[in-house]
Design a binder for this molecule. Structure first.
Ligand code: SF4
Length: 382
């Protein structure tokens, strides 16, 4: 290949892209190999580590808000960031080690956040959530931050302002310490990518508490607020947890009508709830009445091909139990799959960070049959 062709290929599909120091190629980015000698594999492993740390940081942030920290995770984040600093570490094996540690730290952080949520708001239990509206002024809360939602619910208690959850905030309804608030009226919309249409449709104040935002449209940005790490152009940021401005905005907007939703959602299946049925689940598996467990979850995307997940859940045999979590559930969580002798066939485990519940359930299922989590067992899973 000629030199120009190699350069063009590197631009169109670079092996790496590093621009972390002043020596970067052409003042733009090293795309084949670093001017410093860094190999593409190392650059990619550094990128991978940074993505992992970003995810861990989000969950750790929410745990810290509730007063829960872990010095081991903090120390890992410092070391991980430092390892990606310019020309500190050129060893791919060490970055692989850090990637494995990042997975371990992610599990620790999800366990920490789960503990923080349960000790603050109680253990989630299965809860039906309405998807319509009730007559009154309203605030829609989106994102993942249960602490921010709790602060808002405390501040609207006893008023005529209702609070609705959106997308990843749906599992909040499963926690006794949150659903006890009468102003928590229901859930509106579906996964994150419906936000521009949804926020424009309802004349309500909107509070954004964490990730998964799109730059807001003009038509609703004056009634939108951001809190915590969220900053959006043209949107008022609330420092701390005093949401009186959000509540005042909701009161100044027209009331929503009484309108029932087309379906009711169910959320709140914690590890404890599921394990309380362990003996029954084991017997149903041994009797051949439950033959498969699938986990269908994760982040959704506005792609036609993602319809596959709804079709999949619709077509799985009736002896199948589907576990789900994160906003990917909105592809199919309106479906009524019924139950197998009282065990629901569609089980919402919670937010993306509740992937830890899925891991615990998988380990418990494996333990029921005396096998490892990756071993064959009397039933198929995942
Ligand atoms: Fe290029 Fe190395 Fe600088 Fe990265 S650290 S921009 S690979 S010279």
């Amino acid at each position: 290949m000629k030199k120009e062709d190699t350069e063009m290929a590197a631009i169109e599909k670079p092996d790496m892209f590093c621009y972390q120091c002043s020596q970067t190629a052409g003042g733009i980015g090293c795309t084949i190999k670093g001017v410093c000698g860094k190999e593409a594999t190392v650059a990619r492993l550094q990128d991978n580590l940074l993505f992992a740390i970003k995810g861990i940081s989000a969950y750790l942030y929410h745990a810290r808000e509730l007063g829960y920290t872990d010095p081991e995770v903090d120390a890992f984040i410092e070391r991980g960031f430092f390892s990606t600093l310019t020309n500190v570490n050129f060893d791919p094996q060490e970055f692989l080690n850090l990637a494995v540690q990042a997975g371990e730290m992610n599990i620790k952080t999800m366990q920490l956040l789960k503990k923080a949520h349960i000790e603050t708001f109680g253990e989630p239990t299965p809860t039906q959530v309405k998807t319509g509206t009730v007559k009154g002024h309203s605030i829609l809360v989106t994102g993942h931050d249960l602490h921010a939602l709790h602060k808002l619910l405390q501040q609207v208690e006893g008023t005529d302002v209702f609070v609705y959850t959106h997308s990843e905030m749906l599992p909040a309804h499963g926690y006794p310490g949150l659903r006890k608030y009468k102003n928590l009226a229901g859930n509106l919309g579906r996964a994150w990518f419906d936000q521009r249409q949804l926020f424009a449709k309802y004349p309500m104040a909107i509070l954004g508490t964490s990730n998964c935002f799109l730059i807001p449209r003009e038509e609703y940005k004056d009634r939108m607020f951001a809190t915590g790490p969220v900053y959006l152009p043209g949107v008022k940021h609330i420092d701390g947890y005093d949401y009186s401005e959000v509540i005042a905005k909701a009161r100044a907007l027209p009331e929503l009508p009484d309108a029932s939703g087309e379906y009711v959602l169910t959320t709140g299946f914690s590890t404890s709830v599921l394990l309380s049925h362990a003996a029954k689940i084991k017997q149903l598996v041994l009797d051949g009445k439950i033959k498969r467990f699938f986990l269908v979850g994760g982040c959704d995307a506005p792609l036609k091909k993602s319809d596959y997940y709804r079709e999949f859940v619709q077509k799985v045999p009736k002896d199948t139990v589907v576990l789900t979590l994160a906003c990917g559930k909105y592809r199919f969580n309106d479906l009524d799959l019924g139950n197998i002798e009282g065990i629901p066939r569609l089980i919402d485990l919670g937010q993306c960070n509740d992937a830890i519940v899925a891991l615990e359930v998988a380990q418990a299922l494996a333990g029921l049959f005396g096998v490892g989590v990756n071993d064959p067992c009397p039933s198929h899973w995942w």
